[in-house]
Ligand binder design. Structure first.
Ligand SMILES: C[S@@+](CC[C@H](N)C(=O)[O-])C[C@H]1O[C@@H](n2cnc3c(N)ncnc32)[C@H](O)[C@@H]1O
Length: 290
């Protein structure tokens, strides 16, 4: 049943409805945390290289929120996004065009398959919100990581995320009330033989309307050892898992990710994983010391 968001503001007329809503805008508002992604990227790259990164590539960029955030984050930053969907890239270009002129020229998007698109060597290549789970066999996953590596400058970083925990292996819906709408994460199917999953995102509105299956993901739920091993097989060095700390008051994640080899057995978790393209100068590397 659709519920009125607790945080819905303003008069009834100003509330969002399914009819007037752009699913990509709602996705950006409910799924992505691009400011904290930028802060994380700066932190891990600086620890590794002693400077902040400049050039970023966002694979599976969709509406290119991360591209926009990165070029706005620092005046010297440049970013390119890659996605194969022409329609979503049209929307991404329109959003980039709405940035202030000084930022806009440093961001762009390319259409194509992330496994074949070439771009200028970047300091950091991102595949976030589990998008690479679309590759369902080990050989496809390794081939993707190997191609990604060819687009990263020597000494640069690949950063991906992953999710898991006992709750990710069972079907069910989870709702989150946001500003004027409800985000629903629907784990519709889980196949323990293949580890393939089908997940949907629905959006529900205070007037009872709904955008059902705004997004559908047919993924393989990769485990952390499988991902880190595939990164190494693709030629990356030193894959590191960054585990999120726990807020003592709420028992939820606190948004602080630290490198560790010992995770917690919990219902749901999200991690970042970094891996280096090439050797690290010992003098500068502090990663792994938590
Ligand atoms: C979940 S969205 C990613 C959104 C955003 N990057 C994020 O962090 O939330 C997945 C996107 O991946 C794109 N995609 C899926 N497979 C792809 C491939 N092989 N090459 C390029 N884009 C792909 C889809 O077109 C879709 O826009």
């Amino acid at each position: 049943m659709a519920r009125k968001s607790r945080s819905a503001r303003g008069s009834r007329k100003a509330w969002r409805t399914a009819k007037g809503s752009d699913p990509h805008e709602l996705y950006e508002l409910s799924v992505q945390g691009t400011e904290s992604d930028c802060a994380f990227i700066d932190r891990v790259y600086r620890q590794l290289r002693g400077r902040v990164p400049q050039r970023l590539r966002e694979d599976f960029c969709a509406s290119a929120q991360m591209v926009r955030e990165w070029v706005s984050w620092r005046k010297s930053n440049e970013a390119v996004g890659v996605d194969r969907d022409a329609q979503v890239l049209r929307a991404a270009r329109a959003r980039l065009a709405a940035l202030p002129e000084a930022d806009r020229s440093r961001g762009s998007v390319l259409r194509g398959d992330v496994r074949s698109v070439r771009s200028a060597p970047c300091d950091v290549l991102l595949a976030l919100n589990f998008s690479y789970f679309v590759f369902k066999t080990r050989s496809q996953l390794v081939a993707y990581f190997a191609h990604a590596r060819t687009n990263i400058a020597p000494g640069g970083l690949m950063i991906v995320d992953a999710y898991g925990g006992s709750g990710s292996w069972t079907a069910g819906e989870e709702e989150r009330n946001l500003d004027g709408f409800t985000y629903v994460w629907d784990q519709a199917k889980v196949n323990p033989i293949t580890n393939e999953v089908v997940n949907h995102i629905h959006f529900r509105f205070p007037d009872g309307s709904e955008i059902r299956r705004a997004f559908t993901y047919e993924w393989r739920l990769w485990t952390l050892p499988e991902i880190t091993e595939a990164l190494v097989e693709a030629g990356f060095k030193k894959p590191i898992v960054y585990w999120e700390g726990t807020d003592r008051r709420t028992g939820e994640g606190n948004g602080v990710f630290k490198p560790t080899k010992a995770g917690e057995d919990c219902d749901g978790w999200i991690v970042y994983i970094t891996a280096e393209n090439g050797a690290v100068s010992r003098r500068r590397s502090t990663i792994g010391r938590a």
